[in-house]
Design a protein. Structure first.
Length: 437
């Protein structure tokens, strides 16, 4: 492996194998391993090297040696996400299933065929999406902002008298899950337990499988409680939706809503705060200057979106993409972060609405695109949670500053997710609000 400064990712010495073995699935001699420090230190350099060597569609190797294609071209990714028939999110199509061990660390993220909004395709996916979408659409923005403000104040009260904090562990990570737990119908005291489970699940380590089981058990108990006594929450609205859904389907959809919205929103908050604390261009946002929190958040979605690589799509038949021969059943990974930095599209956008702090262009792919994108109501909920949380924090602690040199900040060691492991700060101690003291 080369040094992070070179931007050249580690390459596998073995070719990307075709389904079932035999000839390589691509014409290149080796595949890029989706691991290594360069993915969380200098991803832009990594993707630049990929483009130079492989073009917009890159042969990659997942942990365990399993082959896939990583789409890093904006136009090619738009093509994949716009064609749900050719590239459905149907994990059952994967041509590697016979080789996947039961304890594969990425299995909870990749998933197995199951009746969930996240792991179904075509008409079945649309059936789930309609039910979930309506339940989320009925979330009242004003009430949601009120919940966010209250829970943000509660978290800040826990550290505001110290004068120091880790904004990731103390604020960015717990806030979204506390809000989402309340949103789906959990009592507030269960929020911390849900946060612990989701942290273990997101780590993708040896405990991910067990965390996935615990997560499902929490949702089963919630479903039973709301079936007995409905409330004003997403779970109750899902149950009231006309249509036949099994308890398993409700549980899996609730797991998808909560898991998909938790860490991504936490990283959106954390990455935005990091930018304000380290970049002079955006530092004035800390004091309510010309760059508002919303502008900083939009910049983050372009430059370092929480979801860098999204799994995935699977080719329904043999096809061509970006000059590559894709076989039926091949996994296609969506390089959302790389596509947003594609020089072809960036050159075009820089001469139109502008990006990188120059405007509010939202043509990024941070929420994916097409039939299987993050539902619009979910995007709005995430934006309200992140923006409200940041604004409350800056209002309460206006003199935040890093307590370590910026170069010592560490990113999560993942090619798939981009976020901070810690964001230590200092500030003038203030009194709690009193409500939660």
């Amino acid at each position: 492996m080369t040094t992070p400064a070179s931007g050249v990712p580690e390459r596998s010495s073995a070719p990307v194998s075709a389904p079932g073995g035999g000839c390589p699935a691509s014409a290149v001699a080796s595949a890029v391993r989706l691991s290594g420090s360069e993915f969380h230190t200098e991803p832009h350099l990594v993707y630049r090297a990929m483009r130079s060597e492989h073009g917009p569609v890159v042969p990659v190797e997942l942990p365990g040696g399993f082959p896939a294609w990583l789409v890093i071209g904006y136009r090619e990714l738009h093509q994949v996400t716009s064609d749900g028939e050719l590239f459905p999110r149907d994990v059952g199509l994967w041509n590697q299933w016979e080789h996947i061990p039961e304890d594969w660390p990425l299995l909870p993220m990749i998933g197995r065929p199951m009746p969930s909004i996240y792991f179904t395709a075509g008409a079945e996916h649309r059936r789930h999406a309609a039910m979930v979408g309506q339940a989320l659409e009925e979330v009242e923005p004003f009430e949601l902002r009120g919940d966010c403000e209250q829970l943000a104040d509660r978290l800040i009260d826990g550290f505001c008298e110290r004068g120091t904090a880790d904004l990731i562990a103390d604020f960015a990570v717990p806030l979204p899950v506390l809000v989402l737990a309340r949103l789906v119908g959990f009592p507030d005291e269960d929020g911390a337990r849900i946060a612990d489970v989701l942290r273990d699940l997101a780590d993708g380590g040896p405990g991910a499988q067990e965390a996935h089981l615990r997560f499902g058990e929490h949702m089963q108990r919630l479903l039973a409680a709301r079936q007995a006594v409905p409330g004003n929450d997403v779970t109750s609205r899902m149950l009231a939706y006309p249509g036949e859904f099994t308890d398993e389907e409700y549980v899996l959809d609730l797991m998808a809503i909560t898991a998909a919205g938790h860490l991504t929103t936490a990283d959106w908050i954390g990455n935005s705060l990091r930018l304000m604390l380290t970049d002079d261009q955006f530092a004035v946002a800390l004091s309510g200057g010309r760059h508002s929190a919303a502008e900083v958040m939009n910049e983050v979605l372009w430059e370092e979106g929480p979801t860098q690589i999204l799994a995935g799509r699977w080719a329904a038949r043999d096809t061509r993409l970006g000059g590559r021969s894709i076989r039926a059943g091949d996994m296609v990974l969506l390089g959302l972060g790389a596509a947003n930095t594609d020089p072809h599209i960036r050159q075009h956008l820089s001469t139109t609405a502008g990006i990188s702090g120059q405007g509010g262009n939202s043509a990024h792919l941070a929420f994916s695109h097409g039939e299987y994108r993050c539902p619009f109501p979910a995007q709005e909920i995430a934006e309200i949670i992140a923006r409200t949380g940041i604004e409350v924090l800056l209002d309460r602690l206006p003199d935040l500053e890093l307590s370590v040199p910026a170069q010592e900040l560490v990113r999560r060691q993942s090619a798939f997710l981009r976020g901070m492991t810690a964001l230590p700060v200092r500030f003038t101690p203030v009194r709690p609000t009193g409500e939660f003291a």
